[in-house]
Ligand binder design. Structure first.
Ligand code: GDP
Length: 436
């Protein structure tokens, strides 16, 4: 059958910033698309002045009905991407982000700036004594956001108290335990009966905040990163980067990368850009990779600069515009985390980190089963040996009895023989007397 090329795929409703457009255009798209995020839970939409307008839901193109008369060679699988798109939009998306770093590094401000929400409304700040005593906790906050009809359930896992106590030993333990617990829960759910409604609470990305002061990573940072880098996608972020000038930022980034290399630590690896991607996407990808670790500035304040509303920080000497790539990597982080690599972070969690955990679990389970089987076998062998011993004891007694019976029978036979002989002799004696 000669195949005609299928009709070109029907245009999807505009997906949020993937590839096309210039890098700057992509960033602009990201900004405008994120300004379009509406918080479904907290529907007051004020967001410090930014109107989080809910965009129109997407209009899905109707799959073209094949005309059998005219287009006999049309099969119809060219609509598969649309079918997948429609199904996943209907189902919605889940993403879990863990935020780790000591208090005051701007974590909550950054999360609010990234997702245009207020996840930390009822936050209570501990005083000095409480902080000295404090142990690291895990706090989970969930927010449902919607953009152009696409629903995202975002869970932010915060670790208040991290690094606050004098002894920071437990800080990394709390994080590793939490990540493992989520994997274990998923493993249990996946092996259970109700696999259709599994809630995925696995941590897809961990934003680790490094302070702008200091010259590189501290022992405490290395301790945590070393323990987490094989369990979760770690993305390093230098918080409050407006404390540093451009040169200082560059130097700090270089030293951090060197530290990671010296300690054989591998953070989240950006996937290679496909060769068939367009040049603008490749350029954007190169810029993202070159910016790691992202040096970010966060702010919940909207300021007016040259007639434009911007998210920024007002200082006596001027305004730091959070979204200006010259001032911080905030937009790059947001583009990476939300627009370009969110799905890859989820895929890496599933294919690499969870697979590692699953393989470990299965090997532990099979080792345990082997040990149990060995134990059972040993037990059964020893019990069989005992049985054999019991049997041989009985046999020995029986044999003894047999021997005794045999001896008595011999004696009886001898006695009978003797009796017979005596009887014969007597008979002979009698016969001789008669003869006489
Ligand atoms: P968290 O404890 O790590 O969540 O830190 P917060 O987000 O509560 O921020 C602590 C303080 O730092 C607040 O006063 C923020 O306004 C301020 N802050 C947050 N982000 C930045 C930033 O990027 N630069 C500067 N200079 N200050 C910031």
């Amino acid at each position: 059958m000669k195949h005609q090329p299928p009709p070109p795929p029907l245009p999807l409703s505009q997906p949020p910033l993937m590839g096309g457009g210039t890098a700057a255009g992509g960033v602009a798209n990201a900004i405008s698309s994120l300004n379009g995020i509406s918080n479904v839970n907290n529907n007051n939409n004020s967001n410090n002045g930014i109107e989080a307008a809910k965009c129109r839901p997407p209009i899905y193109p109707k799959p073209k009905t094949p005309s059998f008369d005219k287009d006999r060679d049309y099969i119809g699988f060219a609509t598969l991407p649309e079918q997948v798109h429609r199904k996943s939009v209907k189902r919605g998306f889940e993403f879990t982000l863990m935020v780790v770093g000591e208090s005051g590094l701007g974590k909550s401000t950054l999360i609010n700036s990234l997702f245009l929400g207020d996840l930390y409304k009822n936050r209570q700040m501990p005083n000095v004594e409480e902080r000295i005593e404090k142990t690291t906790k895990v706090e989970k906050k969930t927010m449902d956001i919607e953009e152009r009809g696409v629903r995202l359930r975002l869970t932010v896992v915060d670790t208040p108290g991290f690094g606050d106590a004098i002894n920071c030993e437990d800080s990394w333990r709390v994080c590793t335990q939490y990540i493992d617990e989520q994997f274990r829960q998923y493993f249990t759910d996946e092996s259970g009966l109700n696999r259709r409604n599994i809630q995925d609470n696995r941590v897809h990305c961990c934003l680790y905040f490094v302070p702008p002061w200091g010259h590189s990573l501290r022992q405490m940072d290395l301790d945590l990163i070393r323990r987490l880098h094989r369990k979760v996608n770690i993305v390093l972020v230098i918080g409050k980067a407006d404390c540093l000038n451009k040169q200082e930022v560059r130097k700090l980034k270089e030293r951090i990368l060197q530290d990671l290399e010296d300690n054989h630590i591998q953070l989240y690896q950006f996937p290679e850009c496909d060769s068939d991607e367009d040049d603008d996407f490749k350029q954007q990808d190169r810029e993202l990779k070159a910016s790691i670790p992202f040096a970010v500035v966060g702010s919940n304040t909207i300021l007016e600069v040259a007639g434009k509303k911007v998210r920024g920080r007002q200082y006596p000497w001027g305004v730091v515009n959070v979204e200006d790539p010259e001032h911080s990597d905030f937009i790059k982080l947001r583009t990476f985390l939300i627009s370009t690599h969110m799905q890859d972070l989820k895929d890496t969690t599933q294919d690499v980190h969870y697979e590692n955990f699953r393989a470990q679990c299965i090997s532990q389970i099979s080792q345990h089963a082997l040990r149990e089987r060995g134990k059972l076998k040993r037990d059964s062998i020893s019990s069989t040996n005992g049985f054999d011993a019991a049997i041989s004891e009985t046999d020995r007694l029986l044999l003894q009895k047999d021997e005794e019976i045999r001896r008595m029978q011999d004696m009886l036979t001898q006695m009978q023989e003797k009796l017979k002989q005596t009887h014969m002799m007597e008979m002979k004696k009698n016969d001789s007397v008669i003869d006489v």
